[in-house]
Design a protein around this ligand. Sequence first.
Ligand code: AMP
Length: 248
Amino acid sequence: MSLLQLPGRIWHTASFAFMRHVMWAIRPPTYIVLLGGPGAGKGTLAAELAPALGLTHLSTGNLFRREIAQGTALGKVIEPIMNAGGLVPDEITLAVMAEELSRKRNWRGAVIDGFPRTDAQARLLDDLLTDWDQRVNFAFFLDGSKEDLEVRLSGRRMCSNRECNRTYHVVFSKPLKDGVCDKCSHPLIQRDDDKPEVVAQRIDKFNATNGPILTHYYRRRCLQRIKTTNKDPKGHVFRAVMEALGAD
Ligand code: AMP
């Protein structure tokens, strides 16, 4: 950036900060983090919760899949990592998240699904929100057994339309017509990282990194644990979260 561009940049930053504060004076933002192993139902819950609360749904997994679908340079780097069930390196994830969170649509708050997945990510999210005098208001941990997660992941199907991203399950959440999305009629596919050979590795990785994140939010007094099983009645977790938020 040249010196000539500096006044414009300062004006841009200041006017954005002013707009954010006007918005927050009308309605304070709420940032909700959904934690849980792969297949715990974070994405499904976020897709229900975000519209019910008037917040955006922010999913790092969806952001990454979009990069891959668009064939960007970033997409080419992360595709093999995701397909093998690994975690995208923190420096990439943190940059993507910081950029996304700063977008105007997320100023009212967001339901954040799939982030943080490491202690460093949890700390960065705090730093980003602290810069705005905000914080993570609620962290919900969807706590399910490894066996249940394996069943959910291996039966999960996803709409192949990247703009839709709706998820189904071959037993628990069937589409009206086999193999076809109810919402946009595109074919359903199985994600490469939901294939049996990758599933166990993803769950183990989650178990290895989850402890410090739970401690992080426990210390900040915003952690709530919600026990889930595959036998829960439909809408059980959604209702439990709405009740905890006082929004039921
Ligand atoms: P998800 O859709 O949340 O299950 O994420 C799918 C995949 O995207 C994960 O298995 C990781 O490879 C990658 N990913 C998503 N979120 C993160 C994150 N916060 N940190 C690192 N990798 C991530």
